[in-house]
Each structure stands twice: as C-alpha cells, then as structure tokens.
Ligand binder design. Structure first.
Ligand code: SF4
Length: 245
C-alpha cells in the first residue's frame, strides 16, 4: 500500500513552491469592504462566477449598507436584487437569516470564529474559511471549492470526495502557514490552467509533479518524486466548473 504523503514529502513541498512561483499574487476576487460584505459575496458566489457577483454586490450594498438593513428585509424583498446569481431564493433566505442571527446574537458583528460562523444560515466551512482567511487573516482551515476539490485529487493530495474530508487531508498535509495562500493559488490554477474538462497541462507549472491520469500531456511520464500515477476521478474529469468558491 502506498504511504500517505506528509508535509515533509518533497513532492508536496515542490507543489507548494511551484504554485507560489506561478501565482504569487493570487487573492480573493470578490469585491468587499467588510467581513459582512465578504460573507454576502461568498454566499452569492455559490454556483456563480465572481465576475457576476461583483456586478451584483456594489449596488446591493449601496442600497442596504448595514447588517441591520439586511436583517430588516424579507427574503422575498431581496430575491430580485440577487436573481442573476442563480439559486436566488435559497441565497436570499441565507443572507437575511445570517443578518438576523448576527443582529440577535453577535451585535451585528461577523464573529472571527469558525464555530460561530457555521451556525449562521447558509454558512458552511468553505464560506467560513473564506471570511476567516481573507478578512481576519486567520488560518482556521483550507477553502475547498470546486477547483480545490478537483485539483487536490488530480495532484493526489487526497483521495476523498467530500469537501470536509478533503479539507481534513489538506490540513494534515500542508503547513498551517500555507493554508490561506494554498486556497487562493489553487483557485487561480483551476481558473487559468487546470480546467475541469481540458486541463492545459503543456503550460502547467507543476506538470512534472502531477499524477493525474487525465493529464493532456506526458501521460506516460512519472512524477520525479512521490506516488505512482492513479486513475482520474470520474467526477473531476467530466464536470464543468460552475463556481469559483
Ligand atoms: S498537469 Fe494538468 S492535470 Fe496536472 S495539475 Fe497541471 S494542469 Fe492540472
């Protein structure tokens, strides 16, 4: 049986270094001016592009500048404002519900705490990790969106399919000091190079380290260090990315 990779695995170190060199300035693309705005933007970004969210949020926050303004809404009133981001009924419920809970329990402030954040309607670990990492600079976990999910599996950093289990593997494997940057860089890599359907492997900065069976170059090549190539996950090979987070 193959040994599990560790944080000291030279291949893991090389992947981190390669991503850092390729995407040194990768950061969250969602426009925001506060933890609350980032929370709302992240909820809206599910199954939607950041570009679309960035069109919707500036007028939204001009109209409703505070958490209290959102808490005073009904989901039905918010729905037309966010309709173009998709799944707007559920998103409206989540945003109004989160605003009300923040008003009732946290004096209108977004808590810098994972356990508290995940009690807000519509907020799971991914959204909480975005808010904690980007706004509070707190590495509580690793953001696992559709890009991270796909690429962590292609790179054999995990063999899990569920985001929570993938995150657990990544937290075990990566130094905590890398957790926030890793998410940003892998998302950038997923958008620019490691696409879901046709990854641009000839241009990939970490191609020699990649063990994915659906690589579009060097299918016979073995990684310089690390585990044997393995079969590509079906879900990763055939799905179009729909969300950036
Ligand atoms: S070699 Fe291809 S599949 Fe592997 S990480 Fe790079 S772009 Fe993705």
């Amino acid at each position: 049986m193959k040994k599990a990779a560790s944080a000291h695995d030279p291949r893991v170190q090389a992947i981190l270094a390669g991503l850092a060199a390729a995407y040194p300035n990768a950061e969250c693309a969602l426009l925001h001016r506060s933890a609350w705005e980032l929370l709302v933007a992240t909820i809206l970004s599910a199954q939607c592009t950041d570009a679309r969210v960035n069109v919707v949020t500036p007028p939204l926050f001009r109209k409703y500048p505070t958490v209290a303004d959102f808490a005073a809404l009904t989901p039905e009133l918010l729905e037309p404002e966010i309709r173009s981001t998709g799944f707007y009924r559920n998103k409206a419920k989540s945003i109004v519900g989160a605003a009300r809970r923040l008003q009732e329990v946290y004096r209108g402030q977004v808590p810098a705490d994972m356990d508290a954040l995940v009690t807000l309607p519509g907020v799971a670990r991914k959204t909480a990790n975005v808010v904690l990492g980007v706004w509070f600079h707190q590495a509580a976990g690793v953001v696992v969106d559709t890009h991270v999910q796909r690429i962590a599996r292609r790179l054999d950093l995990t063999r899990e399919e569920q985001p929570e289990k993938i995150e657990r593997d990544l937290m075990r494997l990566l130094p905590q000091s890398e957790w926030i940057a890793f998410g940003h860089r892998v998302i950038a890599h997923g958008r620019q190079c490691c696409l879901a359907r046709s990854p641009r492997c000839p241009a990939c900065p970490i191609e020699p380290l990649c063990t994915a069976a659906d690589k579009t170059v060097g299918r016979q090549a073995k990684p310089t260090v690390g585990p044997k190539p393995r079969s590509a996950p079906k879900a990763a090979a055939g799905r179009r990315p729909r969300s950036s987070r």
